[in-house]
Design a protein around this ligand. Structure first.
Ligand code: NDP
Length: 336
């Protein structure tokens, strides 16, 4: 059982040296109550960057010299637990390792899933935490009415892809912001967004704001913010009165760079509502969200894309790439 541990904390940008590949063992015989899961995929997510720091946040920091935490999907390969049988497909928080040994009451820790209509790894993306994040911010904070315009940043990513498509399902107009022509083409042509702005072509506020004006002729009613910085400043300039901003992430500042808001007075003059949220604090809504997401994926109405790194040893580089926008869609690591 190979594992990746966090061995040091970054100052500024994270590097591969912060991680170490470690050989560990799995038991030959299980004890009563134990389950052994072989991971097929692990999920790489931007929040992991925050956990690498030893600072107070909404989750505890990742402990040093322990397995990096993270979402996983896999298959039960041995079980002495009445709740799980060999062959069960499961979603858990097994972390950056090939196998996970669990025991005791696993309700809330390990969840059986059906792969009849939904591919296993989608439970880490569109039908998992990123999907629920999109669902929560869109339906509970932005709550678009038919004909509203919803803007989403990091639009080709795990969360962003779902936000725009859910907005379309609700009769809204979906506009994305993404980095590069290829990502933008995917967002409009494959996902069906009404427009997508390549922020790399608009590097100052005036130009980005002008591009938003063109893409959103009726103004913006809802912003699903994943990045922070210039995109949010430009969006604020184009928002309609009483618009809603779901503040989901500010990845532009995850290495510690300051990302000040240039015109906060626009929140007041346009009577905007800005609300941050953490998806794991709304577990009561997960079943409802997952039901809608699984149905949409199962019927082919919700599309997504994956970047897949091969093998556990590739996880650190893939993770560092995710923090630089080198991923294109949900970033996964394939273990078998
Ligand atoms: P993505 O799959 O969207 O990957 C991150 C993307 O961010 C990159 O591909 C890149 O796309 C974009 N990006 C834009 N600007 C920058 C920048 N300055 N530095 C690095 N990347 C940049 O990730 P997720 O969909 O998993 O997450 C999206 C956001 O949602 C993140 O901010 C994350 O922290 C947040 N989140 C929040 C949750 C919550 O509970 N509040 C839960 C889950 C996620 P591009 O090339 O287009 O720039």
């Amino acid at each position: 059982n190979r594992q990746i541990h966090l061995v040091s904390r970054p100052t500024g940008e994270a590097t591969a040296d912060n991680f170490k590949l470690v050989e560990a063992t799995v038991p030959d015989e299980l004890q009563d109550g134990q389950v052994l899961v072989r991971h097929h995929y692990l999920s790489l997510d931007p929040y992991m960057r925050g956990r690498m720091n030893d600072t107070k946040s909404y989750t505890a920091p990742q402990a040093l010299n322990e397995v990096m935490g993270g979402g996983t999907v896999g298959e039960v390969v041995a079980s002495k637990n009445s709740g799980f049988a060999v062959g069960d497909k499961v979603v858990g928080m097994g972390g950056w390792q090939e196998y996970q040994l669990l025991s005791g009451d696993l309700r809330g820790t390990l969840r059986k899933v059906s792969t009849e209509h939904v591919p296993l790894q989608a439970y880490l993306g569109a039908v998992g935490m990123p999907g629920v994040t999109a669902w929560y911010g869109l339906t509970q904070i932005i709550a678009p009415k038919e004909g509203n315009t919803v803007l989403v940043s990091a639009a080709s990513g795990a969360v962003g892809t779902v936000v725009g498509q859910l907005a379309k399902v609700r009769g809204a107009r979906a506009v994305g912001i993404a980095g590069g022509p290829e990502k933008c083409r995917f967002v409009t042509e494959e996902l069906g967004f009404d427009a997508c702005i390549d922020y790399k072509q608009h590097t100052d506020l005036k130009s980005l704001s002008q591009a938003l004006k063109q893409a959103c002729p009726n103004g913006i009613d809802g912003v699903f913010e994943n990045v922070g910085g210039l995109g949010l400043d430009a969006a604020l300039q184009r928002m309609n009165a009483f618009g809603r901003i779901a503040l989901c992430g500010m990845i532009a500042g995850y290495n510690g760079e300051p990302i000040p808001l240039q015109q906060p007075q626009l929140l007041l003059t346009n009577r905007l509502r800005l609300e941050g949220f953490i998806v794991s604090e709304h577990m009561e809504l997960w079943p409802q969200a997952l039901t809608e997401l699984a149905t949409l994926v199962g019927t082919g109405k919700l599309k997504y894309r994956e970047s897949i790194a091969d093998g556990l040893a590739a996880a650190p580089e893939a993770f560092l790439g995710l923090l630089k926008g080198r991923n294109f869609g949900k970033q996964l690591v394939k273990l078998i």
